[in-house]
Design a protein around this ligand. Structure first.
Ligand SMILES: Cc1cc2nc3c(=O)[nH]c(=O)nc-3n(C[C@H](O)[C@H](O)[C@H](O)COP(=O)(O)O)c2cc1C
Length: 139
């Protein structure tokens, strides 16, 4: 069963390009080995990440990611079964959004609230992600 998870987090204040490179290298190696795909978006100190794959694999990875000290205030925005992958060909696509692509900010990703436990999806988060995915894929 294919499972998709979206979260947002705040990068540590002094995050460097090297930190980002390290994260992506680890992610691409590990995710390929676990058949996990997804996309990591970064904009002005905020991360938004989509992870997709087997339920257990995604959850195990997410538990590890949550403990990573390179970011904090990890908030789950979306977790649901899905019929298809969005990022078939990407163990972890990456995009740093520049001013003209400030969708993340405009849509208030910094002020997203953790999902109430009875809900497992946030329409806003999903919409936002779909929007940004298109920008990443058209690049
Ligand atoms: C924003 C962010 C996204 C990350 N995404 C992934 C990912 O997709 N896959 C991955 O294996 N590690 C990812 N990591 C790194 C993990 O948090 C962690 O460093 C890695 O799983 C190795 O964990 P370990 O050192 O405990 O083995 C991410 C870290 C951050 C801060």
């Amino acid at each position: 069963m294919l499972f998709q998870l979206i979260y947002r987090s705040k990068a540590k204040p002094n995050l460097t390009d090297k930190d980002l490179e390290d994260i992506l290298e680890t992610a691409r190696n590990f995710n390929s080995s676990q058949n996990i795909t997804g996309c990591l978006l970064y904009h002005k100190g905020l991360f938004l990440q989509l992870l997709e794959g087997d339920f257990n694999a995604v959850n195990q990875l997410y538990n590890g990611i949550r403990k990573d000290t390179r970011h904090s205030e990890v908030i789950t925005l979306h977790m649901q079964e899905a019929p298809d992958r969005i990022y078939n060909d990407w163990s972890m696509a990456f995009k740093e959004l520049k001013e003209n692509l400030a969708t993340l900010e405009k849509n208030g990703a910094a002020s997203f609230k953790e999902l109430p436990s009875q809900n497992n999806t946030s329409p806003l988060a999903q919409e936002l992600f779909n929007l940004m995915s298109k920008e990443v894929m058209n690049d």
